[in-house]
Write a protein that binds this ligand. Structure first.
Ligand SMILES: CC(C)(O)CC(=O)SCCNC(=O)CCNC(=O)[C@H](O)C(C)(C)COP(=O)(O)OP(=O)(O)OC[C@H]1O[C@@H](n2cnc3c(N)ncnc32)[C@H](O)[C@@H]1OP(=O)(O)O
Length: 256
């Protein structure tokens, strides 16, 4: 399917979504979020896809919500339309999603990257929540997710001053999993995504669900959840295949 503001490609069981509003540094307007959500629905329904990659351009992953579109919004309109809720679709994606971030990931751009399962950052990446400079605060999870990633002190400083963090600081703080030279970012993200897509899709999705539980529940509840899912995995053909493949010294061929 063709979209107005994003490009969707399929690479050997990996779904690649590129944000594509270069004239506005991939600023996130209604059309882009509508397109992104439709692409996520499309790729989630496609059983041949085992992992997604979300990326932007060399200069910007996304420079945040479209300020030109938002400027005229009112309080009743924002409250009644609740436009920001539609942004959360990405965080409900059940298949694993990698953010491949080069250049600016600011405001809603940083928030989208944090909704992914992990972030691979180019050495050019810059992260920030500069909303306060516009007279508002982060509205799509920035105050909550950034705090969980980097801790209260750094999140508070970034949200209160709007300062940007470079890739080295982002890696040191736990916001990104790895830094990759910009020219290699997409190839590396697709390689990692393919490795995930080659695993059992059921187990990868359950693993994602279980890791995410750790953010939402107590340790004891989370461990109970993990144990129940782990036990249930012995009912999967993929468990039989994965362990037989190890013992037979051959690659596993998981169900698709
Ligand atoms: C989601 C919420 C609820 O949390 C809210 C938000 O996300 S609010 C938005 C937060 N983001 C920002 O405040 C970043 C705004 N952009 C910038 O500060 C700068 O553009 C920059 C530092 C990212 C890059 O600067 P520079 O290289 O000098 O490029 P520019 O000339 O500024 O930009 C090029 C072009 O893109 C347009 N642009 C950039 N960001 C946005 C945006 N967020 N919304 C709309 N348009 C944006 C910019 O206006 C330029 O366009 P033209 O003026 O040339 O037409």
């Amino acid at each position: 399917m063709a979209y107005e503001t994003i490009l969707v490609e399929r690479h050997d069981r990996v779904g690649l979504i590129r944000l594509n509003r270069p004239q506005a540094l991939n600023a996130l307007n209604r059309q882009l979020i509508t397109d992104l959500n439709a692409a996520l629905d499309e790729l989630e329904q496609d059983r041949s896809i085992g992992c997604l990659v979300l990326t932007g351009s060399e200069k910007a992953f996304a420079a945040g919500a479209d300020i030109k579109e938002m400027q005229g919004f009112t309080y009743p309109g924002t409250y009644l339309d609740d436009f920001i809720t539609s942004w959360e679709r990405l965080s409900r994606t059940r298949k694993p999603v990698i953010a491949a971030v080069a250049g600016f990931a600011l405001g809603g751009g940083c928030e989208l990257a944090m909704m992914c399962d992990f972030i691979l950052a180019a050495d050019t990446a810059k992260f920030g929540q500069p909303e306060i400079k516009l007279g508002v605060m982060p509205g799509s999870g920035g105050t909550q997710r950034l705090t969980r990633f980097v801790g209260k002190s750094k999140a508070m400083e970034m949200c209160l001053t709007g300062r940007m963090m470079d890739a080295v600081e982002a890696e040191r703080s736990g916001l990104v999993s790895r830094i990759i030279p910009a020219a290699e970012l997409l190839d590396e993200a697709l390689k990692v995504a393919k490795a995930i897509a080659d695993m059992s899709l059921t187990v990868a999705m359950q693993t994602k669900e279980s890791v995410n539980r750790s953010y939402e529940t107590t340790l004891a509840e989370g461990i109970r959840f993990e144990r129940r899912v782990f036990q249930a995995q012995f009912a999967l053909a993929d468990q039989k295949e994965g362990m037989a493949a190890f013992i037979g010294k051959r690659p596993a061929n998981f169900e698709r």
